[in-house]
Design a protein around this ligand. Sequence first.
Ligand SMILES: CC(C)(COP(=O)(O)OP(=O)(O)OC[C@H]1O[C@@H](n2cnc3c(N)ncnc32)[C@H](O)[C@@H]1OP(=O)(O)O)[C@@H](O)C(=O)NCCC(=O)NCCS
Length: 151
Amino acid sequence: MNVGYGPLRKTDAARCAELEMMLFEGDDPWPEFSFVRELAAPHNRYVAARVDDKLVGYAGISRLGRVPPFEYEIHTIGVDPAYQGKGIGRRMMTELLGEVGPGSVVYLEVRTDNEPAIALYTSLGFDKIGVRKRYYQVSGADAYTMRRDAQ
Ligand SMILES: CC(C)(COP(=O)(O)OP(=O)(O)OC[C@H]1O[C@@H](n2cnc3c(N)ncnc32)[C@H](O)[C@@H]1OP(=O)(O)O)[C@@H](O)C(=O)NCCC(=O)NCCS
């Protein structure tokens, strides 16, 4: 299987929304316009994973603040269920973390019951630093905040 990596584009927004429905049903999946808006913001960077031109993964990071040292936040990451477990999520995270300068910390939130994602983030140097109760408003699920220290 040949997976290509590159920038996520505005024309991918509808497919992203379709994947969100599959991956985050019951947890406020992002609609198409949210992706269009986020892709237009200059402080965000989104990557795409494609197999034969089909979008099978997407992930985004946001840079916070106006002056360095910046903090960063992983916005979202998702892989088409048919393509999970093949290294695509890890590769997209590595691409995003490659954007982060040496003096910057990175934060993210993840459902406390999302073991695959927590394992991925831990392996990339993120630590759990707290619990946010009922962070996911629709389901009422709790989230861990995870942080990767400046490298
Ligand atoms: C989390 C997610 C993005 C991982 O993407 P993926 O392409 O399946 O992951 P990879 O194949 O790159 O695996 C990376 C690591 O994730 C972890 N992982 C992946 N699948 C796992 C599973 N079923 N059980 C436990 N850990 C798992 C492992 O640590 C793995 O490391 P390894 O390669 O050393 O085994 C994907 O499962 C997904 O889209 N999940 C639904 C959406 C979601 O929960 N997003 C995160 C929101 S915070």
